[in-house]
Design a protein around this ligand. Structure first.
Ligand code: T4K
Length: 397
């Protein structure tokens, strides 16, 4: 880590020797993990609902206060299974401003994702946009609690009830967050969590479906295990969505450090907030701090009119300094294949998605980052805006 004399994009040396990543994994007690790994080898039970998976599911259910937790190999497969178990078909309404897995998990099973617009203040599904898109072919809604900030759950539930639609939440970002004081995981027909390496809480790869519906949970358990109801007895079409023992062991280890991970994210968020509040044209998204938040995404919005520098030029400036910020979730699912071919005019009906996707930049955080790094990242931002014209010129040349 070096002091900044001149920005790297203008010919200086990078501020960081090693890259700063968005999504650097948090890792709990390594010795405990090694002990668990040895137990797994001693057990000679590596997957298929072993003791670590059972214990992990129990601890997750307890933490979230939800009746059923079914761990899955990753959240994308979890979405696919939940969608199928809920009997969704035809058309399902989803935001376009999300990770591509939300849309793909529908398309993969021949269900058409219909992209609704977002509320620019929350980046989440706008219930008014959802209502307008309901047709006789609509069977469900998938809300995404983007950045861990809960959707307008009550409004979406009302629409689902009134129109007899299934409601699933892609809660990949929202583990440990609450809505009106209740843990995310208890809403809609079911919710899907992601424990991917880049999430603040990880099991290497992994995810879970959580629900309070007994019948749905029973169907999901069958579907994640090929449809086996017992030895030699298949009662459904199913897939292999099982979590392995080593992933569950990682989950159990990391659960013990959950507060430490959240506290680090929270500290980092407030440090970024303090710095960025003094930079005109840049703003951080707000979290409702009367709720539990995991603060795992540091989401910057860049107003080019005020800064004189586009989000993309700012990104290039950061990358040159070895700060590997990300444009999540640019350019929106509707502008990626196959959806842009299916819906070539979708951008006309998604004005807020288009605007937000062009403004957002996600910055590094997590337990591997401290105050000093954040000060330097924010200093780069400040100097970049002071040199907006020179940077734009350099990139154009
Ligand atoms: N729904 C939503 C709303 C989601 O955001 C996601 C996943 C899903 C569903 C599906 O969940 P999973 O099926 O993955 O459980 C990453 C993650 O792969 C993805 O899980 C996540 N969302 C998405 C937001 O971010 P990429 O394509 O950006 O990953 P990648 O390889 O570019 O890595 C991101 C950064 O993390 C890089 O700077 C490198 C760093 N990194 C990554 C890994 C894997 C590390 O430092 N160490 C690592 O081990 O998608």
């Amino acid at each position: 880590m070096l002091p900044i004399k001149q920005l790297a994009i203008l010919g200086g040396s990078p501020a960081f020797r090693e890259p700063l990543h968005v999504g650097r994994p948090n890792i709990g007690d390594r010795q405990q993990f090694m002990d668990y790994a040895n137990q797994i080898f001693d057990n000679r039970w590596l997957t298929n609902h072993g003791p670590f998976v059972k214990q992990f599911e129990q601890e997750l259910s307890g933490l979230l206060g939800v009746k059923h937790c079914i761990t899955i190999c990753n959240a994308t497969v979890a979405l696919e299974i939940a969608i199928r178990a809920l009997g969704m078909q035809g058309e399902v309404i989803v935001p376009s401003f999300t990770f591509i897995a939300t849309a793909h998990s529908l398309q993969w099973q021949g269900i058409t994702p219909i992209f609704a617009d977002i509320d620019p203040r929350t980046h989440n599904l706008d219930p008014r946009s959802v209502e307008k898109l309901i047709t006789p072919r609509t069977t469900g809604i998938i809300g995404v609690h983007l950045w861990g900030r809960p959707c307008e759950i009550d409004a979406l539930q009302q629409i689902a009830n009134a129109r007899n639609l299934k409601l699933l939440f892609d809660s990949a970002h929202a583990f440990g967050c609450t809505y009106q004081g209740k843990m995310i995981g208890n809403f809609g027909d079911a919710e899907v969590l992601s424990f991917h390496a880049t999430k603040f809480f990880n099991t290497f790869e992994g995810g879970a479906i959580v629900t309070n519906d007994d019948d749905l949970a029973a169907r999901i358990r069958l579907m994640q295990n090929f449809g086996f109801a017992g030895y030699d007895d298949v009662v459904y079409v199913g897939t292999n969505g099982k979590m392995s023992e080593i992933s569950a062991a990682m989950g159990l280890v990391n659960l013990k450090s959950l507060d430490e991970f959240t506290d680090a994210n929270c500290r980092n968020y407030h440090k970024y907030q303090q710095e960025i509040n003094t930079i005109p044209g840049l703003s951080l998204i707000q979290y409702d701090e009367s709720e539990s938040c995991n603060f795992q995404y540091i989401v910057l919005e860049v107003d080019q009119q005020d800064t004189g520098l586009s989000r993309d030029h700012l990104l290039e400036t950061l990358q040159a300094e070895n700060v590997l910020a990300r444009r999540y979730f640019w350019p929106g699912c509707h502008r990626m294949e196959p959806y842009r071919s299916y819906f070539p005019n979708a951008s006309l009906s998604l004005p807020e998605t288009e605007k937000v996707a062009a403004r957002v930049l996600v910055l590094p955080t997590g337990t591997t980052l401290g105050e000093r790094e954040i000060e330097i990242v924010c200093n780069i931002l400040r100097i970049a805006l002071d040199n907006a014209d020179a940077i734009s010129q350099r990139i154009r040349d």
